[in-house]
Unconditional design. Sequence first.
Length: 508
Amino acid sequence: MTPDVWAITGVALVTVLTVAAGSLGMRRARTTGDFYVASRAVTPRWNAAAVSGEYLSAASFLGIAGLVLTYGFDMLWYPVGYTAGYLVLLALVAAPLRRSGAYTLPDFAHLRLGSGPVRRTSSLLVVLIGWLYLVPQLQGASLTLSAQVGAPRWAGGLLVCVVVLIAVASGGMRSITFAQAVQYWVKLTALLIPAVVLGTAWHARHDRLPGPAHTGWVQPLGSGVEHPLYATLSLILAICLGTMGLPHVLVRFYTNPDGRDTRRTALIVIGLLSVFYQLPTLFGVFGHRYLPDLAGSRLADATVLLLPERMLPGLPGQLLGALVTAGAFAAFLSTASGLTVSVAGVLSQDVWGGLRRRDERIRRFRSAAVVSIAVPYVLSLAGARVSLAAMVGLAFALAACTFCPLLVLGIWWRGLTDVGALAGLVLGGLLAGTAVLVTLLRSPHGGWTGTLLAQPAAWIVPLTFAVMIVGSLITRSRVPADVGRVLIRLHAPESMSADLPSLGRSAR
């Protein structure tokens, strides 16, 4: 078979697997809880694989290798930060958020503060973050089909949209949980086997990888980026703190039976991510040796896809290329599925809410799923001005500048008020959103202006925390009367908090 046929076969197998899982979910999804949180009955090991499958997006599978190829050592902070973010999530957020009983982030905001404006603002931010994160998934799919089979630029993203809608509309969260868990192992296998084969081939040739002659590439802060120390620290902050504010990550922890299982899930996820992130880094190193012509170009994100045939021409390289193509589509489908569920859940509950009958709510959820993925697909056709990993990093920055302060203060500080929270969300959202738009739509700025806009977390996150704290101190009288019972529910074991009286307001 030709290289195109092998690649198409790999994509077809992953597509069939995802659709089959959606069909299974359609038979098992019977309640609203099935669609939103899989009836909160997913075991830690199963959920950890699903979280990892969902979290390892286009930036992880393709983008990291392209960045390492181009910039070298400094880009290793991406995989380190992606994994370390779960340590912060595990320590500060995971278990209390599960005990809240909420379906979505806006649900949690309403439960904690009882404020309609805070809930609506949170809903808007969830949608914006979800769309910003979806765009690079669809662009990555377009890049993959274009690079491997010469398909038109619109085809890859459209294929992902169709498959995701079938899976999500069939059974919601219950439907995609099995698919995402399997897709983690597909992605790991799709990089592990080629990495072993290519590493063996390199060793047999006694070839040399980049060494002292490339001092900037192998040394810290040698990437050539302006103000590298600030840019690196801000990137680390954005990724570590942004993880806890990603709606498609947080909704996963609502699917665990209790807070203890949520902690176990987060711990297993750290192990699974640590194993996976060794592989794209290795592809980036090999890419710097064998694909130097891609450095700094738009095709740098295709390093993982093009490396097998460059190192092993002929049938072996074609087969390995087909395998990594299948893994890439597993990455696009799993992440896009989780994002679509989280955005559709917010749209159907908070934007188009008010329906009581189960069949009406599920029908509204399915309609919201179409909107959730159609808008970013249209945006993805405009073309990327930044790399896949850099665009995902901007989504992390927006999450870090808004939801991180809300969650940390809402869970650990009884003095947070609706006024303080709203002021912080609005300010953080406006500043970070402006930085993201300028970075995406305009030519790169030089000097400190460009650096502060491209990496805004280091200055916006502290500002958002400060505004929430000061705003809450000024409006102490607005601290919710039932804050004590809410905090007990968040922090006490389920066996204790279940006996508490009703809080008087609930997550829908």
